[in-house]
Design a protein around this ligand. Structure first.
Ligand SMILES: [Zn+2]
Ligand SMILES: [Zn+2]
Length: 294
């Protein structure tokens, strides 16, 4: 792991390490004080849509006449702080909780929020959560295979499944009136992404999913990434370009007959060096890319 972590991306180096630990283990079981310094803050996106940041995946929020809806819910120990931030926006207990995918930095608050609200997610999110021996309230009550439309606060939200990319159960959530898309972990702004091949993810699928989102949404859409600051379509283009270019570097090295150690030793070149300053460093990204050739 390199030692340069942008403060705009992670509030603190500790958060990056926390995220790495959580992603590596999937099941969060550490002491609650690991979150002692984490503040959950809100910023406006467009219309009634806001984004909350704390530790873990960015949370999308809609507050209005129908009540409160959230997209993802970070970690269980942050649930009260998330609720306080929702109150600050004039919201209450969420009526609907959408999960972009199964990972614990996006679903850790499910057990808390699922006691009062309905969790909606792709079929495979429920299947994978069932494997984790969680409380009943952590499970999605509504699941879908391809897409579902939610009508809430005068908004039309399209929950659209993306085939095997980051995992095998990812969705993007598109607010068609406010012109906002929540990308889940199909966008790590300016960073190498995590592709969870152990949960059905693939690099080629991740690229295809980025292409389909780029075709689907308007050019002036507001983009909430899974990780990183609020952005726009240019960040999706940049991520796709980086994956395509680095995958080609690895393909060429394999064609030369290099083995894994030699490819890691040679590296991906200077152009993408900054992308390795998050929790997926260059070596880890090369190992993920290599899974696409197995
Ligand atoms: Zn994440
Ligand atoms: Zn994830």
């Amino acid at each position: 792991m390199t030692h340069r972590i942008s403060t705009s991306y992670f509030p603190a180096r500790a958060s990056a390490l926390l995220l790495l630990t959580a992603l590596a283990s999937q099941a969060f079981g550490g002491p609650a004080d690991r979150f002692a310094g984490v503040e959950v803050t809100a910023e406006p996106v467009s219309g009634s849509v806001h984004m909350l940041t704390g530790s873990g995946g960015n949370i999308g929020v809609s507050v209005g006449a129908d009540g409160t809806l959230i997209i993802d819910d970070q970690y269980a120990p942050l649930a009260e702080r998330i609720q306080t931030a929702l109150h600050g926006l004039g919201g209450g207990r969420p009526k609907l909780i959408l999960n972009t995918h199964v990972h614990g930095d996006h679903t850790g608050g499910n057990a808390h929020f699922g006691t009062a609200g309905t969790i909606i997610a792709h079929d495979n999110v429920r299947i994978r959560l069932l494997d984790q021996d969680l409380e009943r309230s952590a499970l999605p009550l509504v699941t879908y295979e391809e897409r579902v439309t939610v009508h809430f606060n005068d908004e039309t939200l399209q929950l659209i499944h993306l085939p095997a990319g980051h995992t095998d159960g990812d969705s993007v959530v598109w607010f068609t009136s406010a012109n906002v898309v929540h990308m889940g972990d199909h966008l790590f702004v300016g960073r190498f992404p995590y592709v969870d091949t152990g949960s059905g993810g693939t690099v080629s699928g991740y690229m295809a999913n980025l292409e389909s989102v780029l075709h689907m949404v308007p050019n002036d859409i507001h983009v909430i990434p899974g990780h990183g600051p609020l952005t726009d379509k240019s960040a999706i283009h940049e991520s796709l370009e980086m994956i395509r270019a680095t995958r080609t570097v690895v393909a060429n090295a394999l064609a030369e007959g290099l083995d894994t150690d030699a490819i890691i030793a040679r590296g991906l070149g200077d152009q993408w060096a900054d992308f390795g300053s998050g929790f997926i460093n260059e070596e880890r990204w090369i190992r993920i890319l290599l899974t696409d050739f197995q």
